[in-house]
Design a protein around this ligand. Structure first.
Ligand SMILES: Nc1ncnc2c1ncn2[C@@H]1O[C@H](COP(=O)(O)OP(=O)(O)OP(=O)(O)O)[C@@H](O)[C@H]1O
Ligand SMILES: [Mg+2]
Length: 317
């Protein structure tokens, strides 16, 4: 630094890379600056071939000749002078659409460097073995919080989310999360065969019954006699009258989580999501990483993996 006060600009004089014609430009420092212009106007020539190339050249002068060879060295830029140039990092632009796992860090690849820093220079609690860089990534098995699988949020079904109006009976479709049309009728008929009262308001059913219908992992197979009452079905079974078919019960939770995870239809997925409640993961508190990684701070800070890169409107994803 030549002066105690840093200039608020990067002053470029006489830039002549590629098609640049002796360009003089003052670029604000400590600010987000974008170069815009038609294709071929020279944006990359100014940003990468001039500014970054010069910053790299200056940096490499301070590095041993051996280390210098490890860099992909750029050409010395055609430019008269550049003042106030800070150390620079150039990031490859990345195409392709980000997913829910993309963060600003992963899209820019900065998080790779950050993970390296934590794994090598982090403060490990006494007795904790050193982790590799992967363990600081929520997108790996080693790193991801086991509860939310590295997403930072969990989606849950609750009685209130699946039964929005408990004054309705099962026959009146109290269990809104059930499949529509035949699928819902099938589950209702199965419950009738099982002896559950489908004509009592939901909230008056015993809690044990309500919980079983909504959350059980059991999938009993039962004979179905559509349209018959429980008593009629009991009699039919005693007289060995063939059922219309054997039906398999699934809890509403099973149905919602299964269709959310596996459906190919955007509409079905949206419908399933309506019955789920999203909240910060109770284990990692939205930090996405498992405990071991979070217990290794660097400069007293925990690894951060926030800053989703995909909070864009649906249609741009
Ligand atoms: N390595 C190179 N050697 C010679 N000429 C180059 C080189 N790279 C770019 N050019 C030329 O310099 C001019 C400016 O290109 P540049 O890539 O800087 O434009 P740009 O504004 O970044 O365009 P785009 O929006 O397409 O990225 C173009 O005429 C291009 O052909
Ligand atoms: Mg360009």
């Amino acid at each position: 630094m030549r002066d105690a006060t840093v200039s608020p600009f990067v002053r470029v004089r006489g830039a002549r890379e590629h098609n640049l014609k002796n360009v003089d430009v003052d670029i604000p420092r400590d600010a987000l600056v974008a170069f815009t212009g038609v294709s071929g106007s020279g944006k990359s020539s100014l940003a990468f071939s001039t500014l970054y190339a010069e910053a790299q050249r200056r940096y490499l002068e301070s590095v041993s000749p051996y280390a210098r060879r490890l860099f992909h060295q750029m050409e010395v830029p055609e430019v008269d002078e550049i003042e106030g140039l800070p150390p620079a990092v150039a990031l490859q632009q990345q195409r392709g659409s980000p997913t829910t796992r993309s963060s600003v860090g992963s899209v820019t690849t900065l998080s790779n460097l950050l993970r390296m820093l934590y794994s090598r220079a982090g403060d490990y609690p006494p007795g904790q073995p050193h982790l590799d860089a992967e363990s600081f990534s929520p997108n790996t098995l080693e790193g991801a919080c086991p509860r939310c699988h590295g997403l930072g949020r969990i989606h849950e079904v609750t009685e209130a989310s699946m039964v929005p109006d408990p004054s309705k009976t099962i026959r009146e479709r109290a269990v809104a999360a059930w499949p529509m049309a035949w699928g819902g009728q099938n589950l209702r008929d199965i419950l009738i065969s099982l002896g559950i009262d489908v004509d009592t308001p939901w909230r008056e059913l015993p809690k044990k019954v309500r919980d079983w219908i909504l959350f059980t992992d059991e999938q009993p197979q039962v004979p179905v006699y559509p349209g018959w009452s429980h008593d009629e079905i009991q009699r039919a079974i005693r007289r060995k009258i063939e059922p219309a078919y054997m039906g398999t019960f699934s809890s509403a939770k099973r149905h919602v989580t299964h269709s959310f995870a596996t459906t190919q239809s955007a509409m079905m997925k949206k419908r399933a999501a309506r019955f789920m409640i999203g909240r910060d993961c109770p284990l990692c508190h939205g930090k996405r990483l498992r405990r071991e990684a979070l217990s290794v701070p660097y400069a007293r800070r925990q690894m951060v993996n926030r800053g989703s890169a995909c909070k864009w409107p649906e249609h741009t994803r």
